[in-house]
Structures are given as C-alpha cells and as structure tokens.
Write a protein that binds this ligand. Structure first.
Ligand SMILES: [Zn+2]
Length: 64
C-alpha cells in the first residue's frame, strides 16, 4: 500500500485501546531485578520497566 496514515487529526484521540492479552506484562509475573523491555506482539508498543531489588515492585517507564 503506497499510502499510509502517519498521524491523527489534531484533537483526535490517538491512543487506541489495545486488547491484546500480552500488551502489558502480566502483573502476576515475577522477574529478577533488572531493567526489562516489553513489546506488544499486536500493536508493537514498546516500553521498559525496572524491577527493584528490595520491593520487587515494577515501576514502568513508557516511551511513546
Ligand atoms: Zn498492544
């Protein structure tokens, strides 16, 4: 397809809701401490998150 949409119109809500089950890391999943990258296999959105040593809580850092 030679023509592709590159942007939404101003004011249009561009954030589409992705319902893929692997869009986000499963909240129950446990990782060793470190920095991780997760990419949704459906929409391709990638984000990184850090797993702490003490709290074991995931803090997510989103990149658009
Ligand atoms: Zn997705």
């Amino acid at each position: 397809m030679p023509t592709r949409k590159i942007a939404d119109l101003p004011g249009h809500k561009s954030e589409e809701v992705c319902l893929h089950p692997e869009h986000k890391v499963a909240p129950m999943q446990v990782f060793p401490p470190g920095i991780y990258e997760h990419t949704c296999p459906s929409c391709g959105k990638t984000y990184t998150f850090a797993v702490g040593v003490v709290s074991k809580l995931k803090s997510e850092i989103y990149y658009d």
